[in-house]
Design a protein around this ligand. Structure first.
Ligand SMILES: [Zn+2]
Length: 137
């Protein structure tokens, strides 16, 4: 059965087919209106992809920042005493960089992925060399 939502009080009125696209009177508030094809739906959340870039930091934007910070920390630790310590930071830098790639901080996210990748490579190579040196005594 077609329905119409009253623009005056928001009440939903059942309609017969004859009433459709004709003026009807709301039984609750007495307002006369013409039902549209579909009753007005409450505005749902907009598609996130269509939202304009936000000035404030979004969760993804913060992840982008975290990715760069972790990637730089991982890279720094790789040149420290233990390459292994830099490995998890590098991995996290890549992960957070991926998460933040579609944010307003895309540059930072890509930086996090880049530094994280370099950190992982250096940590893996450095760690392997370190292991071989230890094994060689
Ligand atoms: Zn009404």
């Amino acid at each position: 059965m077609p329905q119409a939502q009253c623009p005056g009080c928001g009440g939903v009125l059942p309609l017969t087919d004859e009433q459709f696209e004709q003026s009807v009177e709301c039984g609750r508030c007495g307002r006369v209106f013409v039902p549209a094809d579909e009753p007005d739906r409450p505005a749902g959340p907009a598609d996130p992809d269509e939202l304009p870039p936000q000035r404030t930091a979004t969760p993804a934007g913060k992840q982008a920042v975290a990715g760069l910070v972790l990637g730089v920390i991982g890279l720094t630790l790789c040149f420290g005493c233990c390459p292994f310590v830099g490995l998890p930071f590098g991995v996290l830098g890549i992960v957070f960089g991926m998460l933040g790639r579609r944010s307003e901080n895309r540059g930072l996210a890509v930086g996090g992925i880049a530094t994280g990748t370099v950190a992982v490579v250096i940590a893996t190579l450095g760690g392997t060399v370190w292991l071989l040196l230890v094994a060689a005594g």
